[in-house]
Design a protein around this ligand. Structure first.
Ligand code: ZN
Ligand code: ZN
Length: 132
């Protein structure tokens, strides 16, 4: 069991997202790996697309992933809550991290498609093909 680095949800596997923090570049030239759950990844990727499309202006803040104090953009999180079910909260992410999220998102979706294909191949004989 791991926790999502954004919403804190405990899930079996998180999706790895690379966060590069300039200040730590010497210690971690490859950046540090953070783990996000699927809803957070989806939400952050949505923010990334909106920012790119609308040229949204950032505000000053602290990035929730890399911890850098820079221009950040709000990402809507859905945090599981015992009494209320789900509560919505915004997390601030810098553009660099949003870009990493986008890369992770594409990689993740590609893997899912490949897995589906794999499954389809294994169970392919079970499918009934309609006659033309
Ligand atoms: Zn999450
Ligand atoms: Zn960041």
């Amino acid at each position: 069991m791991t926790d999502c680095d954004l919403c804190g949800r405990g899930i079996p596997t998180v999706i790895p997202v690379r966060a590069i923090r300039p200040l730590l570049k010497f210690a971690y030239p490859e950046g540090v790996w953070k783990g996000l759950c699927e809803p957070c990844l989806d939400s952050a990727q949505k923010t990334y697309l909106t920012v790119n499309k609308n040229q949204t202006s950032c505000r000053k803040g602290k990035c929730a992933l890399c911890g850098d104090k820079t221009g950040v953009f709000p990402v809507e999180l859905q945090i599981p809550n015992f009494s209320k079910g789900v509560i919505k909260k915004d997390a601030d992410l810098c553009y660099r991290c949003l870009k990493s999220v986008d890369e992770a998102y594409i990689r993740y979706k590609k893997e899912q498609i490949e897995q589906d294909h794999e499954q389809g191949r294994i169970h392919g004989h079970e499918h009934v093909h309609p006659h033309h």
